[in-house]
Design a protein around this ligand. Sequence first.
Ligand code: BF8
Length: 654
Amino acid sequence: MDTKKTKEKTLPDIKDITICESTGKMIEKARKDGVELCFDRAATMKACPIGADSACCKHCSMGPCRLNAKDPYAKVGVCGATIDTIQARNFGRMIAAGAAAHTDHGMAMLDLFREVVNGKIKEYTIKDPIKLNEVAASIGIETEEQTTEEVAHALYEQLERTYTQVEGEIPFVKRVPPKTLESWRKLGIVPRGAMREIMEMMHRTHIGVDQHYENIMKQGNRTALSDGWGGSMVATEISDILFGTPVPVAAEVNMGVLKENQVNIIVHGHEPNLFESMMASVNSPALIQAAKDAGAEGLNLVGMCCSGAEMLSRHGIPHAGNFTSTEAIMVTGAVDAMAVDVQCIQQALSKVADCYGTYLFTTNPRCHIEGAEHIEFHEHDPSSCTDEVVIKAISRFKSRKYPVQIPNIRNTGIHGFSYEYINYMLGGTFRGSYTPLNDNIINGRIRGVAGVVGCTNPRVKQDWVHVELVKELIRNDVLVLQTGCSQIALAKEGLCSPEAAYLAGPGLSEVCEAVGMPPVLGMGSCVDNSRILIAASEMVKVGGLGESIAELPVAGAAPEWMSEKAISIGQYFVASGVYTVFGVTFPVTQNTRFHDLLFNGLEKQGLGKWGFTPDPYEMAQKMIAHIDAKRKALGIHKTRERKLVDMAERRELA
Ligand code: BF8
């Protein structure tokens, strides 16, 4: 038997890998074409069980030291590090890496903002001066009788402190509810500046420095908060100021957004500047004409992953799929070029692109890939990169050598629910506020709010955990806020459309129908989780639901997470007071003091806590039980008389 056949035999059934029909079709085609995708690599690459339990320390050359997760206190590392120290170090470094990714992205946006404000970059402008003033006012900058330029200068100077400040508190903590901030101050976890926190996190997790898991996690909290209320929030707010704050827009998702007779260009990554400039290039009359001269009907720009989710929300640009579909889409043969910038770019894209003759371009100095051509993107001359990508894509269209097979599946939904828009959507133009949301929570129509976010992961059935969890939540009248690859999973299932209200429980569907909103509100990319933090703060500020985020009937989840960024996000939600449940696996050994700290101890300190289960129904049950406990503590539980769904009953229904 040849090896190819043996391998095929061991590969899992496609229906067990994904519920995304388009991706499934492309996995099938890839297997026939002899091209390996992440799903099949995951099936043939067993995850390291010691690493999965975080029972290994490789921070010095006396090791790597391996402890036994089944008997975690039986051994210590060569230096004497216990399982708790080892896990806390590993977890702290995951937070540091994730926070670094978001904050570096935010800093890149702030660099661009500075150069625009200084007049050194003329290719971008301040598109949303109202948001500029609102953000500036929120951190105490005087905006009355100031010019846009004056406010922008002052805002830049303040926000730079988010990164470089060595003492004091980052500017956006002014948005944190006072009681929540007070608990951070007591614990000594208010971030000073992201660079300092990330640096200190790395220092403290070096061999022979911080060797108390609780103290390590204090810095873990501080570092994560410098992401959520720092780097990520700056990324969101500056992107809105420069490119416009999202308002609801109808848009299509899924692989059917590719067009056989057009030049298809995909932008995949995280920073919106590349995508914004690519929009300008595909609208250039000269390039449109060049595409027509090559026999194409036009230029078709679509997004993937997080910058795709951001552009879907901000401009209604079609979105072709989430993280684990980024290789699969090239199997269509229809992708003429894919331009990537930073984060979540699988190295294997280069090989798959090669198999189907797709041009893969890296564009950011932080991310080169062997085998991919690098065309560097510069904000002072953006079109020299983006025009070139379009020209190369046209040349590939002209000489397409591979048969094109596009799954004809598209789903329409409404996206772009910024925190600001929720004001108007529920409160109306004249009384824009979060009061109606709070009122509906207090009167029990809306049971609570859940943020469901994060990646897809080839180790679980793509999209399935997201979709089943969210269906369960909305069926129980929980309003769901979404970002990132999770938002795309739900959009592909039609849950981002107002018609999906029929899947919601009676209270939530009544609210959705009255307002004309979907039960699932897509808010953008992963850095836009900061919108969820601001929405939570606003719910506290409006009143009636407690004085801190920890008292709100809310919960969070990342059911198919895979990145260190997700750990940082999870930790900043926990540190902000939110019960946050992750799926897939959790990188901690059970039955240890460190596990207990994350899953119980942090809550006793006045913060939130972690939860874990790979099962979407159990995840929903945990989140709903938490929401109900918060309702009870607030004394608003009597407004609802609904039993929590029975899991066995639910599985039968599914
Ligand atoms: O930042 S959801 S797979 S694309 S990490 Fe990556 Fe996860 Fe997608 Fe965006 Ni977020």
